[in-house]
Write a protein that binds this ligand. Structure first.
Ligand code: FMN
Length: 353
């Protein structure tokens, strides 16, 4: 017996370590590598089409017999302000021309988005045992459907108030995402300024109020930080940035290199890429948008507007014009693949049993 038995039994894993879902970086190969090593792999499908969602789940199932989590974006979809979208698109087209990154323009009138509501039936049909979500809480009807399927539900909170709302809605576990974390903020409360609570402040405050397992997330990337999270009482840790520079990752070489060499101060919160606050390594695109005088459109509209330019930059391996999501702490373990990093994390955290 050890103190992690309850969480590992619930999640049907061996070690209380979760590979963070990282849309744009995580592949089925990454999820399967972690699952096969005894951790919880998380497959991100936020905003993807039903067809792509099914394809990724089935691919992952081909690579591992173990359970894995699927991660959704639980946000509402806003109306498109065509005038503002057109202004932003014109600005981005100009930017592309200036830097040799020409891209095809979108037909703004036909812009459409996929909601998590088109994905939940797929997750249920695929018998996904663990569903995590961020950017909000699925509407009651959908939450009940997921619960009735028997799936374990993990919600994301960036402050205590969000955690309390998740608890009231009956989620099984809460990921406490500290401000250190790479990628999008999971924030969904719009009534207060953006929560910027560090993981060390967030985890104990949630634990003091909610008697459910808390997964600590943000700047955890070696044995010492894993042990620190467990010393605070976290039931498990969710680790992202540490797995970006790996063979299983979709990150382009320029991104992988930038993450490996990043300093503590290199990342910033930005709205520039997607219209939703996210932490990434400061680059020219962020500066250009921030100095443009144009306000990024709400998520996911801005995200769609910038997609073609980012794809072009990725094709050319230009890290200056694509999102370099990364946390405040660069990877400390430099090994080529996810399984090797995972094994080293287990060794350093003295979790071998
Ligand atoms: C590249 C990248 C993409 C991310 N995409 C998602 C996502 O699709 N869903 C999600 O819940 N969290 C996402 N996150 C946030 C992670 O779940 C997690 O909170 C974060 O990686 C933890 O901090 P760390 O990067 O310092 O380990 C992403 C993070 C990164 C770095």
């Amino acid at each position: 017996m050890n103190r992690f038995d309850s969480i590992t039994q619930k999640l049907q894993i061996q070690y209380p370590i979760v590979q963070a879902p990282m849309l744009g970086v995580t592949t089925p190969e990454m999820v399967a590598a972690i699952a096969n090593e005894g951790g919880l792999g998380s497959l991100p499908v936020g905003g993807l089409s039903p067809e792509k969602t099914t394809e990724l789940i089935q691919k992952t199932k081909q690579l591992t017999q173990r359970p894995f989590a699927v991660n959704l974006f639980a946000h509402a979809i806003p109306e498109v302000d065509l005038a503002k979208a057109s202004q932003m698109q014109d600005f981005l087209v100009g930017l592309g021309k200036k830097y040799g990154l020409e891209f095809p323009e979108l037909h703004l009138e036909t812009l459409s988005f996929y909601s998590y509501k088109t994905q939940i039936d797929i997750l249920i049909a695929e018998q996904i045992p663990i569903v995590s979500f961020t950017f909000g809480i699925p509407d009651d009807e959908w939450l009940q459907k997921l619960k009735a399927s028997g799936a374990i539900l993990i919600g994301t909170a960036t402050c205590l108030e969000e955690a309390l709302l998740l608890d009231q809605k009956g989620v099984d576990m809460i990921t406490a995402q500290g401000i250190e974390a790479g990628g999008h903020r999971g924030t969904f409360l719009e009534t207060i300024p953006l929560p910027q609570v560090g993981v060390m402040a967030l985890v104990p405050q949630i634990m003091n109020r909610i008697g459910k397992p808390v997964l600590a997330s943000g700047a955890i990337n070696d044995g010492k930080t894993i042990k620190a999270a467990f010393a605070m009482g976290a039931s498990a840790v969710q680790i992202g940035t540490a797995f970006i520079a790996t063979t299983e990752s979709l990150a382009i070489p320029a991104y992988q290199q930038a993450v490996l060499t990043a300093k503590d101060t290199d990342s910033q919160l930005t709205l520039a890429f997607s219209g939703r606050w996210a932490r990434g390594l400061q680059n020219q695109f962020m500066t250009e948008v921030e100095h443009s005088g144009f306000t990024p459109l709400p998520y996911p509209i801005q995200n769609s507007l910038t997609t073609a330019l980012r794809q072009k930059a990725q094709q050319l391996n230009k890290g200056d014009f694509t999102n370099l999501w990364s946390g405040q702490s660069a990877p400390k373990i430099h090994l080529p693949d996810c399984a090797a990093i995972f094994r080293e994390l287990i060794r350093q955290a003295e979790l071998t049993y």
